[in-house]
Design a binder for this molecule. Structure first.
Ligand SMILES: [Fe+2]
Length: 192
């Protein structure tokens, strides 16, 4: 059986590898390859964050009828990591390898803790709660993550439409009144 979050597990490892390569090259003060590798990593991790924020989390929140809790915490951690990514970008622009290394070390710790919480707690919760929707959401998740590498940040979709509607978390409802997520004919559209 393939779980909905399986591509996200694999993509965590892919991002980890890109991050490790970037760190090595910048530590060597290679100001040509360093920014290129960093951009690849930055695009991939942003792709990952947005796949969760525009597809997985809203679907999970719609099913459980709650927007606070683990998904809110994960969004906050994404914001913290985005701010570190900006620091890394500006230290690369200024060719400041020690500033880059400092931000990178903090990001590595945050990223490891964040990924562990997702892989051990949140993803299994999503897999259990979204079993009935895995068939329609799986292709959306894979499409977001498999977008060709080497693009830039503006290519990363900021929201997902399913059947022409945003996947927005609803107001919490009693279980009996919760709407079913739209089924089939998933239409995915990346919008700036
Ligand atoms: Fe995440």
């Amino acid at each position: 059986m393939t779980f909905l979050t399986e591509p996200l597990h694999r993509h965590h490892k892919y991002c980890d590898d890109l991050f490790a390569k970037t760190e090595v090259v910048v530590a060597d003060r290679d100001w040509v390859r360093g920014p290129v590798l960093f951009d690849d990593f930055h695009v991939e991790i942003e792709k990952h964050f947005r796949t969760e924020e525009v597809t997985l989390f809203p679907a999970f929140e719609a099913v459980i009828g709650m927007t606070s809790g683990p998904t809110q915490m994960m969004r906050l951690e994404h914001a913290q990591m985005r701010s570190l990514l900006e620091k890394m970008r500006s230290s690369l622009d200024g060719q400041e390898s020690s500033a880059f290394a400092g931000a990178a070390e903090t990001l590595l710790i945050l990223m490891q803790q964040h990924n562990m919480k997702e892989e051990n707690i949140l993803y299994p919760m999503c897999d259990r709660s979204l079993t009935l929707h895995a068939e329609e959401l799986g292709p959306v998740v894979r499409q977001h993550l498999n977008a060709p590498p080497g693009g830039n940040l503006s290519d990363v979709p900021k929201r997902t439409l399913v059947n022409g509607r945003d996947l927005q978390p609803p107001e919490p409802l009693e279980k009996s009144k919760r709407p079913a997520l739209p089924r089939r004919q998933a239409m995915v559209e990346g919008v700036m």
